[in-house]
Ligand binder design. Sequence first.
Ligand code: HEC
Length: 448
Amino acid sequence: MRKFVPPFVACLLCMTPPSELSAQQVIRPEPLALPPTEFPLSSSVIDGHVAANDIAALRAHAWKLWAGITARSTQSYQGQSLPISETWLSEAEAFSTLAAPAAAGEERILRPFSPLRQLRHEFLNAPQGLSLQLATNADRTRLLAFVKLSPDAATFVAAQHPMPDNSGDTVRYNRRADLLKLNTAFDKSGAKIADRKILDFPAAAVDLKIVFLPVKAKGLTAIPVWDGPGSSSNPQSPTVDTWTKCVAVDPTNNGSGQTKVDCNGTQIDAQVVGLDRFYAIQLDTARAAAVSASLGLSGPAALEAGDYQVAVAMHVTTKEIANWTWQTFWWQDGKNPPNKFPGSIDDMPDSNAVIGPWRNYAMCIADSIVVPANDRNGKPIVCFNPYLEPGLSDGISSNCMSCHARATVPGVPYPSTYHPNGWIDPADQLFAGQTKTDFVWAVQNSAR
Ligand code: HEC
């Protein structure tokens, strides 16, 4: 016998986008299927590589992570096999105030494409002129992103952690009020600045941010390709909307040769490449409308069912070492960027490890701020994602850790002394009255 569904519930169901409905039934977060000899590596091994500045070993590890993150999971969604990392809880889910949303089979929010928030911190505290410029750039780039947390990271965020005062009281890192309570406890106990922090995430914690651009199902779509700061109409701040090189993406995968396209407002000759050279997500009607709304696209520019979001960039961090490992990947059509800046495809493992379109992404790493790693006057390591960081002031000299080390609750404004690749001391006065959130901005931004 069919279960009785009250009319108002039935109606709620009809308004829910079909994508969300099917997701809620099936998708279960899967851990990385890498052998223990590859992940998580013991911190002493990675710390040894960092101390020796063994770039080859650190890059080899970063490619293994890439292989693991992009490997096929056991699950499919809307007819497409899901990469392992797409089964993970999104930031919205991991910080949901519902108890264990995925485990309980509650509604999944698998792919919450959202405008990039990364630039907001910078422009909130920047001089007025800069703020306006960055805000406009962010709108023009058409980039949308979502953040994912591995099962270990998400479980940690939702868990009850003991308060440092041994009161028996607990704190959850997905609750803003709990984090503020923790901060007050540090005030009361007079904790040293260096010790004002949440507990460390577990070694198998992985956080990632995956970033997309739209491609139409009909005709050719221009996608900007990083070609160094010189191939930008603004070499000092070469955001993606200023790049002068594009490819023309052909959704039929049949085209070849060169064609004229509008690349950021200029007609250029562009290489035609198949959609199959990207990781692409096809949009249903509801999702296409949501993406168009996020991007402010209307009329003929709006996306329709059948159009795509293609992955152009992915930031990846793992808690295998105390300060996390940091690597970033971006679409480079399987080639090296000019001068291998800021990274390369050199040393990518073969197609048994890194599969399909994921082979077209180049990578750089920054597993410390400076070299030597413990020398605050050492030489800064520069690693940024061309699709992401150039919008920040000095973004093309930036280092992931210099910025992420500043994630705190209640939150400090970006200091005017911010150095994009400068040494950050966890005992710095900057962190007085703050609780560091173990390099994770999502804890600062999304705890509710
Ligand atoms: C100038 C600051 C800045 C730099 C540099 C930076 N990030 Fe971030 N990152 C942020 C902010 C702010 C967020 C949260 C907002 C968002 O998700 O866009 C974030 C989010 C993330 C996340 C999602 C988890 C989290 O912490 O919330 C990952 C993973 C990440 N960044 C990795 C990287 C990597 C890898 C690099 C270097 C290649 C890097 N970031 C460089 C500021 C920065």
